[in-house]
Design a protein around this ligand. Structure first.
Ligand code: UT7
Length: 321
């Protein structure tokens, strides 16, 4: 039997932390008190002009490969989860492959499932590895959401940040990824979207992120609770067997509601939203890598990773790390 295991993690945050007060100083009509009370966010990182998703992905990927002790030429599958790709095409994954200097002709493609992107990408990579077609995957979440924010819309611009996280997933005879589940319901696409496009050489529609915050909040709490229960049932495991719940980092109140639904103490919920804001597809691998590097997340622990976001999409993975 072939299974997939996470053998290395890496992450990258651009620039210096930007505080809530920094946003006020830049002219956003908000306050540190409002943002902290409603979201738990204190800081986010913003990419420099010209710094692309593939640049952030490159740094995170290099760190993950180094941690796994794997050279770029061993990687036969690169999946980059992003909703803020460098270009319409080529894919950010193909650009990353070239920047890494990987020249073995492995597969590389982007996956667009917004804030569920990493959960989706991990599920897809796990299935490729279990099928026997590929043996070493680089699974990356990389975002520059600052490019699609309307800085005059205080209901959204204070929430998001830029960053990248990556894992190396390798074939093994022992189970690492125990269960995955991914879902979508496109009927809810309008509550979180960037309804713009490039046509006839011009941007048409609205190229900024638009969100009905309260509708998204309610959907997220229900979806994260449901999908956590689903992967636990698939693996015939109890919530008490989980050492760390690593949910998509959008709002600390969503994390608290998910922990309550699973009857799990907040001590077991990995929280980075205070420092990173919502980095969409990057948030889960960023949190995972932070925990690994500061020693809180260790090999041998059981992790429940989960995402929810635009589409609407949601997904989770139960992993023995
Ligand atoms: O990755 C998945 C995507 N995103 C999410 O999961 C986000 C889900 N939603 C949320 O986290 C919350 O709905 C928000 C944080 C976005 C908003 O919190 P809320 O408690 O739902 O606030 P609200 O939208 O109902 O707004 C309440 C008030 C309004 O003022 P009035 O009408 O009561 O006078 C807003 O204008 O707060 C005001 N407001 C702000 N005030 C200061 C909205 N944004 C801000 C702001 N600073 N940044």
């Amino acid at each position: 039997m072939i299974y997939s295991r996470i053998t290395g993690t890496g992450s990258y945050l651009p620039g210096n932390p930007v505080s809530n007060d920094d946003l006020v100083a830049r002219g956003v009509d908000t306050s540190d008190a409002w943002i902290v009370e409603r979201t738990g966010i204190r800081f986010r990182h913003l990419a420099a002009p010209g710094q692309m998703a593939s640049d952030l992905a490159l740094e995170a990927a290099r760190r993950a490969l180094e941690a796994a002790g794997v050279g770029p030429d061993k990687v036969d599958l690169i999946i980059v989860a992003t909703s803020t790709p460098d270009y319409i095409f080529p894919s950010t994954a193909a650009l990353l492959q070239a920047k890494l200097g990987a020249s073995n002709g492995g597969a590389a493609f982007d996956l667009q499932a917004v804030c569920s992107g990493f959960a989706y990408a991990l599920a897809v990579a796990d299935k490729f590895i279990r099928s026997g077609s590929h043996r070493c995957a680089l699974v990356v979440g990389a975002e520059v959401f600052s490019r699609i924010l309307d800085w005059s819309d205080r209901g959204t611009c204070v929430l998001f940040g830029d960053g990248a996280g990556a894992v190396v997933l390798e074939a093994d005879d022992k189970p690492g990824v125990l269960a995955t589940a991914i879902h979508a319901d496109g009927r809810h696409s309008g509550i979180l979207c960037v309804p713009g496009m490039v046509s006839a050489g011009k941007v048409t529609g609205d190229p900024f992120l638009r969100m009905d915050g309260q509708a998204v909040f309610k959907f997220a709490v229900r979806a994260l609770g449901d999908v956590a229960v689903e992967v636990l049932q698939q693996a015939d495991a109890g919530a008490d067997s989980v050492d760390w719940l690593i949910p998509h980092q959008a709002n600390v109140r969503i994390l608290q509601a998910t922990a309550k639904r699973l009857d799990m103490s907040m001590d077991k919920v990995f929280v980075t939203v205070d420092r990173h804001g919502n980095t969409s597809a990057a948030s889960v691998p960023l949190a995972l890598d932070l925990g690994v590097r500061d020693g809180r997340i260790c090999h041998g622990q059981r992790l429940l990773l989960q995402g929810v976001g635009g589409g609407f999409t949601w997904g989770a993975a139960l992993v023995d790390f």
